[in-house]
Design a protein around this ligand. Structure first.
Ligand code: FE2
Length: 366
């Protein structure tokens, strides 16, 4: 057992910010389809002439959608290159200056020196470092802040509201990196951020007739932050990771897994609201009990909703994956309910990848 002091204590995911082509419509989609609640707004009315951002929240999950207001911006260039995607994974820390110093000292490429942002509700300290692709980790220190989100934002409270769907917190966020780059980024999270590797999968675990990938899962000290890192592996045809990298033009966030404590309610609700999920074939449910044994839920209900099940030494989990949530086959979501299991659904990979391959075949990208 290590007695090393955690040099980067993290309280949780502070927020995830997406650069998108139309933040107003994205905000409406996340309200309507995913049940996020309006939280805060910044744009022309708050004195920002460059960009508009909407912040939405559901329990502990905060998403921000940002769009440029003029041509020739870095945000516009980012969207042209990557499509809609995750720009910032913001981590909630007690000391943003210390987090910046400790990580850059260990080799992180600086993105933003610690900055104090103030308004009438107090101050927030923000700093940032680069990670894979053009993705950034921000460190957010908000212990001296009482406002709704961040300085620069005003409360956003439109008449239009939707019911939440039971999403609770970010369980993990997966990065896709290029050929042969997985270990470089695993080393980055170990050395620069003090994370530990908790799981690894190789192409023998994760392969079908056509596609393969390799993955290692990095976790911070308290386990609140888990970042699996995927790289493509050689298969007969193009893997889903390669397809992502082609359309994203590089490394980036592949999926955000959001936890629920009632996946039957959550998936039922999301389906009613038009969220599309990967197709799970009938045959999956014929053999699943042999693999996972006794579970609390009615298998017929899980089958109706096409929810996937997996078991590890500590318990089981229920999960399902959306189709990509923008036109490029890049970012998607996972909905997960953990019932003891701390793993990531390895037993479902084969069924899942065959479902993804079917979609790739329809897109002509296999
Ligand atoms: Fe996942």
């Amino acid at each position: 057992m290590s007695t090393d002091k955690d040099f980067l204590p993290i309280n949780g995911t502070d927020y995830v910010e997406f650069y998108v082509g139309n933040a107003k419509q994205a905000a409406y989609y996340y309200q309507t389809a995913f049940g996020f609640q309006p939280l805060a707004y910044s744009g022309l009315e708050t004195g920002d002439k460059e960009k508009t951002s909407y912040a939405l929240r559901q329990d502990k999950i905060t998403f921000v959608f940002t769009t440029p207001l003029k041509q020739g911006t870095d945000i516009g260039r980012h969207i042209d290159l990557h499509g809609d995607g995750v720009k910032y994974i913001a981590l909630w820390v007690d000391d943003a200056k210390f987090s910046f110093e400790e990580t850059t000292k260990r080799g992180a490429k600086p993105y933003m020196e610690p900055q104090v942002k103030k308004d009438e509700h107090g101050e927030v300290v923000v700093s940032g470092i680069h990670t894979y692709g053009e993705t950034i980790h921000l460190f957010i220190e908000r212990k001296n802040y009482k406002g709704v989100f961040l300085p620069g934002f005003k409360e956003w409270n439109p008449d239009y509201k939707t019911q939440e769907v039971g999403l609770k917190y970010v369980d993990h966020m997966v990065g896709n990196v290029g050929w042969g780059e997985m270990n470089k980024w695993v080393d980055f999270y170990a050395k620069v951020m003090g994370f530990k590797q908790i799981i690894s999968f190789d192409d023998k675990d994760i392969s079908t007739e056509y596609t393969a990938l390799m993955s290692k899962v990095m976790s911070n000290g308290n386990g609140y932050i888990k970042f699996p890192i995927n790289e493509p592996a050689e298969g007969k045809k193009k893997s889903q990771i390669e397809e992502y990298i082609d359309f994203y033009n590089g490394s980036g966030v592949q999926h955000v897994a959001m936890a629920t404590d009632n996946i039957i309610y959550t998936i039922n609700e999301l389906r009613k609201r038009g969220v599309e999920f990967l197709h799970v074939p009938d045959e999956y449910y014929e053999t699943v009990t042999d693999r996972v044994g006794e579970i609390d839920e009615d298998l017929e209900v899980l089958k109706d909703l096409r929810i996937l099940i997996d078991r590890d030494n500590e318990g089981y989990l229920l999960q399902l994956f959306t189709k990509p949530i923008q036109d490029r086959p890049t970012v998607f979501y996972e909905i997960i309910q953990r019932k003891g299991a701390k793993s990531f659904g390895k037993g479902n990979f084969k069924a899942l990848f065959e479902a993804i391959e079917l979609e790739q075949e329809n897109r002509g990208t296999l």
